[in-house]
Ligand binder design. Structure first.
Ligand SMILES: Nc1ncnc2c1ncn2[C@@H]1O[C@H](COP(=O)(O)OP(=O)(O)OP(=O)(O)O)[C@@H](O)[C@H]1O
Ligand SMILES: [Mg+2]
Length: 239
């Protein structure tokens, strides 16, 4: 007995004026799964995520989340529904401290005791954030900002976490750290859509993967199979 997918995307299309960035893609994510969406620059990964997080209106298709159509849901409702986005480029509030940024992540909640517990949990995942609690986010390193962006998303207690290129622009050691935490969060049962250009890392961390090329999904399989797929190895793993 397989559980109903948490997210089912069907025929999703995104266009900017006349340019079609996403050309009718279909995929799903099961509860508790980490799924990787990999692809080259301009493949349409971020556009897909923007449609999912309702930052833009798709020109076609359906997005069903927990059995409910959300393709027209206003963006501010998403966090309440349990969908949290960690955007490309992190999007932390530079003039707020780490603690204030994390508090912003919980703005839709009023369960004070649970918020406090979640804050401790985030500080447990990222001790470096705890050490720098009062530091302004704008003065943090790129890696620390990425930690903060993930921590802030977790503060909304999401059911579905959308990550756009968490490794982008970071030194290898920091990438390892960030991914260690992403894997821990996944192991706790979080459902995650991971968008990455670092295909190897993404597939090594995920259960399943989708390959996106020029706005279309051209390949999907178990992540371990994709890692051994000659096409993937040649195009995305630099072999
Ligand atoms: N605001 C925009 N206006 C016009 N075209 C856009 C806009 N945003 C993205 N595009 C185009 O849509 C296509 C898909 O872009 P998208 O950012 O989704 O790709 P991506 O897979 O996330 O790439 P990357 O790996 O570089 O982040 C590209 O051709 C891009 O130029
Ligand atoms: Mg992108």
């Amino acid at each position: 007995m397989v559980a109903e997918p948490l997210l089912i995307v069907e025929g999703l299309r995104v266009a900017y004026g006349g340019i079609q960035a996403v050309r009718g893609i279909t995929f799903h994510i099961n509860p508790g799964e980490m799924v990787a969406l990999i692809g080259a620059n301009g493949a349409g990964k971020t556009s897909t995520l923007k449609a999912l997080s309702r930052m833009l209106d798709p020109v076609g298709g359906s997005i069903r989340y927990q059995g409910q159509e959300i393709v027209k849901l206003p963006p501010h409702r998403l966090v309440r529904e349990g969908i949290a986005l960690v955007p490309e480029g992190r999007g932390v509030f530079p003039r707020l401290t780490i603690a204030e940024n994390l508090a912003m992540g919980a703005f839709t909640r009023d369960d004070k005791a649970d918020i406090a517990a979640d804050l401790e949990h985030v500080y447990g995942l990222f001790p470096r954030l705890k050490e720098r609690e009062k530091q302004l986010a704008g003065t943090l390193s790129g890696g620390e900002q990425q930690m903060l962006a993930i921590g802030r998303a977790l503060m909304s207690r999401p059911k579905l976490l959308l990550l756009d290129e968490p490794s982008m622009g970071l030194a290898p050691i920091m990438v390892q750290k960030i991914f260690e935490v992403i894997r821990m969060v996944a192991a706790e049962g979080m459902t995650i859509l991971l968008i990455e250009q670092n295909a190897r890392l993404a597939l090594e961390s995920s259960q399943r993967g989708y390959v996106m090329e020029s706005g279309e999904i051209t390949l999907t399989d178990e992540a371990s199979s994709l890692l051994h797929n000659p096409k993937v190895r040649e195009a995305y793993l630099g072999e």
